[in-house]
Every structure is written in C-alpha cells, then in structure tokens.
Ligand binder design. Structure first.
Ligand code: CAA
Length: 414
C-alpha cells in the first residue's frame, strides 16, 4: 500500500568548531558594528578549519539525526546530499557519507545541486519516492551541507557561514508532515550568485540577488495558489503558525515576510502605514523567534531554511502540534519552492533531542587574525597532495576530520 502521509521524522545540525564574532569582524573591516548586527542581522559567523569540509559536517549531522531519533542505518533506502560545496567534480559528497554512516549497499545515493535549493529538491524527491511506493518501508536521509565563502573584505563576507542539517524523511513522520496539495515552484536563469568551477569563492551581484529572491517568492506563491484551485485560504498568513524562509542573513527573512504579505494583499505596503505595523507584528510572531541559530551560524546555503525549522522545533510546545507552517526555499541561479507542512502530533517531545544549543556554546571564538589565517589555509587544504593536515594544528581533537589528500584521494579520520 502507498503511504498517505510523508514528512520529516528526524533532524540534526552539525557545524564547525570555531566562530568569529560579527562585532570583531566589523571593527577589523572599519564598518559600524550595527551594519552587521542589525542591517545584516548576524551575531556570529561559523568558520571551518582546513580539517572540516562538506563531508565531515554532513556525516556528523547524519549520525546525530539517526542516533537522536533511534533510527537504524539499515532503515535508510535513499541518501541525498544537497550541496553547493562539492569536494569533487565527479564523486558525490553523499558516497563518502554513505560509507562513514555505514548505510546499506542497497541504499541509492546521490548529490543534488542548485545553489541553496539543492536540499529542498532532495527533500521533495525523497517524499515522492516514498509516496510512489518505491521505498518499501525504508526511509530517506537528506543532508544539506555547505560552506559559504565570498572572500576576505568582500561585501558578502559578513554573510558567510558553514554547517549541515540532516533530515530523515518517512511516512508517519514525528516532526512535520507535508501537505502535498500545496506547492509552488519557480525557475529562471539569472546571474545573481554563482561559483565557477575554478573558484572556491562565490561571485554575487548582491542587491540584484535580493530582488531575484523576492521575485521568486512572489512567483512561487502565485504558482501555489494556481495549483490549489485559485485559493490561498489553506495557507493564508493569518492561519500559518510560522513562516520559514531561506536565510542567507537574518535580515533577509524580514524582507521576505514583507514581500509575502504584499503578495497576499496584492499591493505594496508602506513600512510606516497601519498595514506596515501589521506586517511587523506578524514578523515578530511568525518569523523572528526562529532566527536565533541562523544569527549565530551564518549562511549555510542549502541548510539555512532548515536551521530555522530546528530553532522552531526546539522551542515547540504541544499547542503548536497540528498547526500549519510554510517553507520557502530559494537557490540562486535560480530555483525556488514554497511548501506547506503541519507540525506532527507529539513533535514537541523531541525539543531536546533536536537542540544544537550545547554544540554552539562549546565553539571556540577566534579573533579576526586567527580567522584570516584559517581562511587562507583552507585555500590550500586540497592543493598539496601527499601532505597530511593535522587537526591538532587547528585545535581540533577527536571526532571526524579531513586530513588532506594522498594519491589524489581524500582522507578522513574515522
Ligand atoms: N546601522 C544599521 N544598519 C545599517 C548600517 C548601520 N550603521 N549601515 C548599513 N545598514 C543597513 C543598510 O541600510 C541595509 O539595510 P536594508 O537592506 O534594509 O536597506 C543593510 O544594512 C545592508 O547594507 P548594504 O545594502 O549597504 O550592504 P552591502 O551592499 O555591503 O551588502 C549584501 C549587503 C548585498 C547582502 C552583501 O552582503 C552580499 O552580497 N551578500 C551575498 C549575497 C546574498 O546573500 N544575497 C541574498 C539573496 S540570494 C540568496 O539568498 C542565495 C544565497 O544564499 C546566496
């Protein structure tokens, strides 16, 4: 029998072990700290060392999701890693993760790429795999893992970050259940953000990328209304408990919520008007409370949207169960999707299992000099074949780390 419901059954975050404070960065760049902390909306920025990469973050997030929600690796029938930060032009991050997590050989495994939209594409493909009856009782593991890098001193620098979010998709999901009837999609070839094969750093037409994002949100909303038979009743802002948007920097979520309201009302809203005040109230109620993790981690591209969801679920109480939420994913280039889901009955029980607060509190604060040294060392991390990178050099002990290439093969500590 084909499953009638599908959604996210387990989630976990894993991020780098170091961070830089945004006020320190602003001071070093000669910028007013309020620009980074209020104008951009970031408090801290996760920084990867040369021994942390898309694979190590994905594998650790995946392991944590399976363990915290008591899922046997043998139950996984599909593994998808959504990433913009692949480690090889051919070999997917997912196949390293498959080995590191000890997943069965019968598990189909691949990588998806469409900038920050890659994991959402993986998630919906996994849901379709289950609803088509092809999973045969197995679950799918979707991992969003990325390192956002624009370069030292660039306008994009305060919007960097790194981290991975793992999600297990299954029928009878314990966290959120998707509404397959409501979905809006959008694709358009635009040059708002891209990263050529020869570059470790992203190129962005920053202000244009914000416009492309907001236009994509509006288009997805209209597409969803069309697919829902011309009505937005089931996903009107007044009925939604929370709205999650892709968060390249937290201030973007505020811009997105404003456009969401304008789209629903069908007209522009002045910030100083009565409607503007309603939007502000709605933002404080439906968006802002779940931006705290993003403010302390930075942009994690594919995982940013889902990091807000983790923030929401770690604060969930039983009153939220059954309530509808919206998820908007935007990937530059561009591809986007708007989905609606409901908080599953009993989801609030998992608020501790899902909370990465302890992990973030244990991170090491870097000064800007250390951050710049690490940043430059990452440039070389896969250029000197045969040279072992020592995790202890970067203050890392235990755990899973990348230690350089030998004979052009990536090596990881187990
Ligand atoms: N106090 C308070 N606020 C201040 C301030 C101060 N002293 N100085 C400036 N600000 C405010 C500005 O008014 C502005 O706010 P509004 O947008 O509300 O007007 C905000 O701080 C940012 O200032 P600028 O626009 O002048 O900043 P910038 O030109 O240096 O760059 C950026 C901002 C374009 C976002 C840049 O960081 C960038 O290019 N980032 C990478 C691209 C990106 O993240 N795009 C997002 C959409 S695309 C996407 O989402 C996909 C993805 O993940 C990349």
């Amino acid at each position: 029998m084909r499953p009638t419901s599908v959604g996210i059954d387990a989630m976990a975050f894993h991020g780098p072990e170091c961070y830089v404070d945004m006020e320190d960065l602003a001071e070093a760049r000669g910028v007013a700290p309020a620009k980074f902390t209020q104008g951009i909306g970031q408090r801290q920025m996760a920084v990867v060392t040369p021994c942390e990469d898309t694979v190590t973050m994905a594998a650790q997030a995946g392991r944590r999701a399976l363990q915290a929600f008591d899922i046997d690796p043998d139950e996984i029938g599909t593994l998808i890693v959504g990433t913009e930060t692949g480690v090889d032009h051919s070999k997917p991050v997912a196949v390293y993760v498959h080995e590191l997590l000890g997943l069965p050989t019968s598990c189909r495994t691949f990588e998806t790429k469409h900038a920050c939209y890659g994991a959402m594409a993986g998630l919906t493909s996994a849901a379709d795999w289950i609803q088509a009856g092809r999973a045969r009782g197995r679950k799918a593991l979707i991992i969003a893992s990325d390192i956002a890098r624009y370069g030292l001193g660039t306008p994009g620098e305060p919007t960097q970050g790194a981290g991975a979010v793992a999600m297990v998709v299954s029928p009878d999901p314990r966290l959120i259940t998707f509404d397959p009837e409501i979905e809006g999609d959008y694709t358009r070839q635009v040059m708002d953000f891209w990263r050529p094969l020869y570059s470790k750093y992203a190129f962005a037409d920053g202000h244009y990328s914000i416009d492309c994002y907001l236009d994509a949100l509006e288009s997805c909303w209209h597409d969803a209304v069309g697919k829902a038979g011309g009505s937005h009743e089931a996903f009107a802002l007044s009925v939604l408990d929370a709205c999650f948007y892709h968060v390249p920097f937290t201030r973007m979520a505020k811009k997105a919520h404003h456009r969401h309201w304008e789209t629903e009302l069908g007209r522009a809203i002045e910030r100083d008007s009565e409607d503007g005040a309603r939007v502000e109230d709605s933002y404080r109620q439906r968006v802002e409370p779940w931006l705290s993790l993003n403010a302390d981690v930075g942009n994690i591209y594919t995982g940013s949207l889902f990091l807000c969801l983790i923030d929401y679920l770690r604060q969930a109480t039983s009153e939220r169960e059954g309530r509808p939420i919206s998820l908007f994913s935007y990937g530059s280039g561009c591809g986007a999707a708007l989905s609606i889901a409901r908080v599953s009955e009993g989801a609030a029980r998992f608020h501790r299992a899902i909370d990465p607060g302890g992990q973030l509190a244990a991170r090491r604060r870097l000064n800007v000099e250390e951050y710049e040294e690490i940043f430059r060392a990452c440039e070389e991390s896969d250029r000197n074949d045969g040279e072992r990178i020592d995790p202890a050099r970067w203050g890392l002990t235990g755990g899973l780390h990348y230690v350089g290439t030998a004979d052009h093969r990536r090596r990881y500590t187990k």
